[in-house]
Design a binder for this molecule. Structure first.
Ligand SMILES: Nc1ncnc2c1ncn2[C@@H]1O[C@H](COP(=O)(O)OP(=O)(O)OP(=O)(O)O)[C@@H](O)[C@H]1O
Length: 330
């Protein structure tokens, strides 16, 4: 039994101009210690997917199942257990830390509520958890407010809050995008260390393929374009051998330190058009695709297998150029 199944989920937001489709028949599955990274540009529906998984939104169509049970069916005790088992680490730590509460008041009550600590020892337990996320915490540290911490410290506290509840799944939504570059790797390594030490699954969300590449080394990558899953597979296969032109574009955008490599990239064929409006019929990527044909304008290609567990939603995957020269792989 998988831990999480997202089954043919479509989602619309109501707007004054009518319902706006944000996700279109997205399916994915996560096992108990899987890392699944979702990558795509801003606005493609990544955060919405995360909100559906943590139960903050209900899908317009399709099902989100946790341990084979429809999340919509969770009520009362079951719903609370689900909200404990699935934690979220946001881009902005202030989204999970109330600025008016000290660290002790932000983290302590949940531990007591879920009987993960006793009143007499809760402070010691909090200090232990904060040290586990790399903070040099003392009991005095517990009396600090979020604004008295640096950005990196705040994100560590937010991670401590999520991990203190011993979750089975963590949705990490752009967890490093507000941090200095120098801090990013440390936070990614911290998240990965929890995954190694506990049986923990991650749904990791980012627009930055460089970050996704680092985080998902042993996991899977799912590439989304305007609410449609266009490619998925084992991380190394998607990175070394992308078979969707959009994935190729995203990989092309990863900065490289080698100037010769950077120049070679600039000689790559340009996108046919940068029209970002969603086409009413046909492939979701057709207006940006250099390989588009009449067939692509007629229908959306289904996800089809290219090799073991690696799938792409492109009619012409063989036209996507080899990536080796872009990544400097020889
Ligand atoms: N509550 C809402 N009501 C209406 N539209 C929304 C709502 N939330 C998000 N959207 C719209 O849905 C689309 C997808 O948003 P979402 O935040 O899921 O994408 P994203 O890929 O996470 O982008 P970003 O990285 O910018 O957050 C966007 O166009 C956004 O404006």
């Amino acid at each position: 039994m998988s831990l999480l199944d997202v089954d043919m989920v479509s989602h619309w937001y109501p707007t004054t101009a009518g319902d706006r489709p944000v996700l279109d028949k997205v399916s994915l599955s996560l096992d108990h210690d899987d890392v699944l990274a979702v990558v795509g540009e801003s606005g493609c529906g990544k955060t919405t997917l995360g909100r559906l998984v943590i139960g903050e939104e209900t899908p317009t169509h399709g099902q989100v199942r946790f341990e084979d049970r429809d999340v919509r069916s969770f009520k009362g005790k079951d719903f609370r257990a689900y909200r404990r088992a699935v934690q979220v680490v946001h881009q902005d730590p202030y989204a999970s830390l109330n600025p008016g509460l000290t660290i002790e008041d932000a983290l302590g009550p949940a531990l007591l509520h879920h009987r993960l600590a006793r009143r007499a020892t809760v402070r010691d337990e909090l200090v232990r958890i904060l040290r586990e996320v790399g903070l040099d915490a003392t009991q005095a540290f517990l009396r600090r407010y979020p604004h008295q911490l640096s950005g990196g410290q705040r994100q560590r506290v937010a991670i401590a809050r999520a991990m203190s509840l011993r979750p089975q799944l963590v949705v990490a939504d752009e967890p490093t995008s507000m941090l200095d570059v120098s801090m990013r790797l440390a936070i990614l390594d911290l998240l990965l260390s929890f995954q190694r030490e506990r049986q923990l699954a991650y749904l990791f969300i980012s627009h930055d393929f460089g970050v996704v590449r680092y985080f998902s080394q042993a996991g899977r990558i799912l590439v989304m374009f305007y609410g449609v899953l266009v490619e998925e597979g084992p991380a190394e296969q998607v990175i070394q051998d992308p078979r969707h032109p959009y994935t190729y574009r995203l990989l092309q955008a990863i900065p490289v330190p080698d100037p010769a490599l950077a120049r070679r990239r600039q000689r790559e064929p340009a996108e046919e058009s940068v029209d970002s409006a969603l086409p009413p019929v046909g492939c979701v990527f057709q207006n940006r695709c250099p390989f588009v044909e009449a067939r692509c304008r007629a229908s959306q290609p289904p996800l089809a297998e290219v090799s073991g567990g690696h799938r792409t939603a492109c009619f012409f995957p063989e036209r996507v150029p080899d990536i080796d020269h872009l990544l400097g792989v020889h």
